[in-house]
Design a protein around this ligand. Sequence first.
Ligand code: GLY
Ligand code: MN
Ligand code: MN
Length: 423
Amino acid sequence: MDENSIAIIPAAHEVTRSYDTEFKFHQDPDFRYLTGFPEPDAIAVINPKAKKPFTLYVRPRDPLMETWYGRRQGVEGAVKNYGADKAVSIDKFAADLGKILDGHDVLYYRFAVDHKLDQTILGYLTEQRVRRLKSAYPPHTIKDPTIITGEMRLHKDKEEIGLMQKAADIAAEAHILAMKSVKPGMNESQVESLMEAYMKDKGAAGVAYNSIIGGGDNATILHYVENNMPLKDGDLILIDAGAQYEGYASDITRTFPVNGKFSKAQREVYDVVLDVQRKCIDFTVVGNTHQKRQEYSIELLTEGMKQLGLLKGKTQDLIKKKAYLKYYMHGVGHWLGLDVHDAGRYYVDQQASQSRPYAPGMALTVEPGLYIPPDDKSAPAKYRGIGIRIEDDVIVTETGNINLTAAVTKDPDEIEALMAKRR
Ligand code: GLY
Ligand code: MN
Ligand code: MN
């Protein structure tokens, strides 16, 4: 942090689902990363120059509220269990704001996330600006703390990688369970609940994002999350599901035949995607940039589309015209961590012209796909309605990378052999 600065980092709040019920609480990842504190409505104040740099404002203990809505750490727990130098009731935050801000040149605070807190802070600053005679002055510069936290979160340390491996293992096993269970006639929702139950059983808080369980041409809808259709004999199923473990996300996609055997046409498309996916994993190493990897995936998949007869023409012309977008319309991967699409800038300059080079400790997904719309008259009929994505999670190392999700096979012969053993 800058010389003579202070940071205000809010926790998340509960979000109303309807009337008087809330969605399951999910802590703000930056707040979690910095404090570990699991409750809503807290605020961390970090003052690097103070003798006691870390203050947590938290919900106070309250027997009535705790009887209705659950246990609270209170100010005692915030100090004792979460290492706060000092803890204060959140009710006092607004009144303390002057004391917190005055005399610091720079405030690290992310505007436009917590609108109520924005108003509290702006309210105080507004009040001070019109009172020029005051001896103390509020910060003259406000900076987005995610410039710092994004960089911290982007580079995973050993402990984080251990947690990510665990999140990956749990999800990988859930995908294996799905391969061993899927049969024609089953509903997508049954696959979803089977996998989620498994993840929770193994210690995950739940899924890291809404699972995508798409049978047949539902797989060509990128964010298909209805997951409520029967699985048909002869169709593929695309499962994109990850686990959240100690806050960390895994993000795995596998595509396999509902009846346990790829058709010839399905296998042709699958083999193209698998070959590209393996090559893109090998490309996710020190020396390459994020943008180069995207371009590499586009080039390989455009070649694949030509090979399948989906596109015709010179590869470079097709790339220039972005012809591939019809069948491959997303990125080949993203940072992964506390968020499934994790924090950290993809460019190293403000103009977003210099793509970030990969470095040891970065966690990324590798997830090329091909999606052939069911009504695409220009595609060979045998491929229409086929959607395939294969996604693994890797950590960049000094010498290459580690595939965290290798435990769930993507080899089509191995998938068929595994499925042949199901009851
Ligand atoms: N499941 C979200 C993604 O793959 O990016
Ligand atoms: Mn992903
Ligand atoms: Mn995914």
